[in-house]
Design a protein around this ligand. Structure first.
Ligand code: NCD
Ligand code: ZN
Length: 348
């Protein structure tokens, strides 16, 4: 069979993205808007986005930061806190401002301090968002400091996610940025109310990447990359054709100085070449025929939205990931695999 050298698919969406705010937002947004029609925008700003008014204002700042001529729709999320107001969320959703609600277990990751400390505190709110059909997006890691960091996702499934699905059988849940075969198996065994996003980096690296040639903070994110068998399980899941898996980059930019520090923060900035990275994975798996479903169809279907009508084309001409991206104010951000060769290139 002749090698595939080009592929055209419906324009994809990014179902998990950190855009930040201000200068950083202006620096990173063009990369996403070039590739994706829509993105689910994470609410973990400081302070977090917890009201419809704050989400609407943030959406406007994103719109204002778009390059001229770009067509990109941010889908806003509400950061769930212990004292969340169900009316605020349900009304904000009915008004078309909130697409989903984000659950961060308090302390699990970057800017999650205001997250949920105990699921019992939000049962009433979950009841209401289940009733209203609003998806709950879950950062699936236990925050128990006694649990090994590489096991926090698996333990979260047993302690929190499984009981949550049992208690709220009608609640639409996205298990975000899954990193383990345990998560893949759990999603496959669960009902249709549960789906999962998978990042490009978790399909491309295993935990060795954190330590190759010395401690590399640019390979550090949460959930942290796991062992090779887990990466292989993720690759198998995304090319399987099962509609419960879809694209979510979790691109999470941090200033170089915040990454290359004594206590470097978690987050991998994969936005600049995200769609090319995913294409490479599907190509390596001999599954380019499954790429469109994962990138452009399964997500909208889960969210009850139409797939995009426009298309994008990728060609196997090669290219490279950009080097450090500069941000107004003298800050820089390093992309995932900065400067490294790419096998696929998005054609403008
Ligand atoms: C994210 C961030 O920096 O906001 N970091 C990360 O490592 N993924 C938060 C998150 O999604 O966990
Ligand atoms: Zn994230």
């Amino acid at each position: 069979m002749a090698e595939t050298t080009g592929i055209t698919i419906r324009r994809p969406d990014d179902w998990h993205l950190h855009l930040r705010d201000g200068d950083m937002l202006r620096a990173v947004l063009p990369f996403t808007a070039r590739q994706f029609a829509r993105a689910i925008v994470m609410p973990n700003l400081a302070p977090p986005v917890t009201t419809a008014a704050a989400a609407e204002a943030y959406r406007q700042r994103i719109a204002d930061a778009l390059p001229p001529g770009a067509s990109f729709t941010p889908l806003m999320t509400c950061y769930l806190t212990d004292d969340a107001d169900a009316d605020e969320i349900v009304d904000g959703h009915a008004a078309g401002i909130f697409t989903a609600v984000k659950l961060y277990p308090a302390g699990a990751t970057t800017n999650s301090a205001n997250g949920v400390t105990d699921m019992d505190n939000v049962l009433g709110v979950l009841e209401r968002i289940q009733e209203a059909g609003i998806p709950l997006l879950v950062h699936g890691e236990t925050t128990d400091p006694d649990v090994d960091i590489f096991h926090r996702e698996a333990v979260f499934i047993d302690r929190t996610l499984a009981p949550l699905l049992e208690r709220f059988p009608g609640l639409k849940v996205v298990f975000e940025h899954i990193t383990t075969s345990d998560a893949v198996d759990f999603v496959l065994a669960a009902g249709d109310t549960l789906a999962a996003t998978v990042t490009a980096h978790h399909l491309m690296i295993n935990r060795n990447a954190l330590f190759e040639g010395g401690l590399n903070p640019h390979m550090y994110c949460l959930p942290v990359a796991k062992r090779e068998p887990h990466r292989l399980a993720l690759r198998k899941a995304v090319v399987s054709g099962v509609a419960k898996f879809f694209l979510g980059t979790d691109s999470a930019p941090h200033a170089l100085s915040a990454k290359e520090a004594a206590c470097g923060c978690a987050g991998i900035f994969s936005a600049p070449s995200a769609v090319e990275h995913y294409a490479q994975v599907f190509d390596e798996e001999g599954a380019l025929d499954q790429f469109e479903a994962f990138a452009s169809l399964n997500g909208p279907m889960f969210y009850g939205l139409a797939a995009n009508d426009e298309t994008i084309t990728l060609k196997k001409t090669g290219g490279s990931v950009p080097g450090d991206v500069s941000v107004e104010g003298g800050v820089a951000v390093k992309p995932f695999l900065a400067g490294q060769p790419l096998t696929w290139a998005l054609v403008d």
